[in-house]
Design a protein around this ligand. Structure first.
Ligand SMILES: Nc1ncnc2c1ncn2[C@@H]1O[C@H](COP(=O)(O)OP(=O)(O)O)[C@@H](O)[C@H]1O
Ligand SMILES: [Mg+2]
Length: 261
């Protein structure tokens, strides 16, 4: 029997820390390594969905991801998946803005994404881009994936952000009797030459995490931004970029993690 897909939540409740960029480019790197990959946009703001050129899906009427998350058993999630040159995409929908309120009062409101992704076959990886908050959508991603990739900027505000995320993960583990692994940290958007704050933070990440999980580093590159705006990862872009090696190292690390299960 084929292995179950390895699911990965890309999460940090701070906005603008590189979640969507990392999600897109890690999915691109996985596809570059010939892994069948699904990219899921769970952010109601839909930046990733628009980024990969799916504005029409973002504003599409029912049925869309919002409906599927509202009533998983009534929708075939396969029908919502769109193919992209590099990987498949499960696009966000603008209606998801009011979804969290409904999930609070609904049955198993934190397990809806789990139920949906269960029904999708044929993938090696599913990469879920989280919204910039620790609300029910993020809880859905953490519980559905149980593996977390944390992008964080080399800024001192990242310390609290990461601590809060870890606390949330602990509380979900307690309440749901499940294990959620913090798998890797990616310091995103690093700008050389380093200033004092970046230097200190890179040291802090290293001291705090590298004994337990790998700490990767993706630098600030205009090409990464241009690729996003062109609707593709850096691997689908016709431009050289010196960050592809690190992205492939991230993909290889997750391939290894997938193999170990
Ligand atoms: N490695 C990078 N190089 C250049 N720009 C980046 C890089 N990572 C993120 N950015 C830019 O930083 C901004 C925030 O990134 P984004 O991925 O949207 O963060 P989030 O999803 O956490 O809100 C975007 O404008 C994005 O283009
Ligand atoms: Mg984002």
């Amino acid at each position: 029997m084929a292995k179950k897909p390895y699911r990965l939540a890309v999460s940090n409740q701070k906005g603008g820390v590189g979640k969507s960029t990392i999600a897109l480019n890690v999915a691109g790197a996985m596809s570059e390594r010939d892994a069948e990959t699904l990219l899921v946009d769970l952010d109601p703001q839909g930046y990733l969905t628009s980024g990969v050129g799916l504005d029409d899906e973002y504003t599409a009427p029912s049925p869309n991801l919002n409906d599927a998350l509202k009533s998983p058993s009534e929708h075939k999630v396969d029908d919502l998946v769109i193919s992209h040159d590099e990987f498949d995409v499960l696009p966000a929908n603008i209606d998801m803005f009011s979804l969290e309120q409904e999930l609070v009062s609904g049955m198993r409101g934190r397990e809806r994404l789990s139920m949906l992704l269960e029904d999708l076959d044929g993938y090696d990886f599913m990469v879920v881009d989280c919204p910039p908050s620790l609300g029910l959508l993020t809880d859905n991603a953490l519980l559905a994936c149980q593996n977390v990739l944390i992008p964080a900027e080399a800024e001192d505000t990242s310390i609290r952000a990461v601590e809060l995320l870890f606390k949330q993960i602990d509380s979900l583990e307690d309440n749901f009797g499940t294990a959620i692994q913090e798998e890797a940290l990616v310091v995103s958007n690093v700008d050389y030459p380093l200033d004092g704050e970046q230097k200190e933070m890179l040291e802090w990440f290293d001291e705090t995490f590298s004994e337990n999980i790998p700490v990767f580093e993706i630098r600030n590159r205009a090409a990464i931004k241009r690729a996003f705006n062109a609707g593709v990862s850096i691997f689908g872009h016709d431009e050289e970029c010196d960050q592809t090696d690190e992205l492939l190292r991230i993909a290889d690390y997750f391939e290894q993690e997938r193999g170990q299960r």
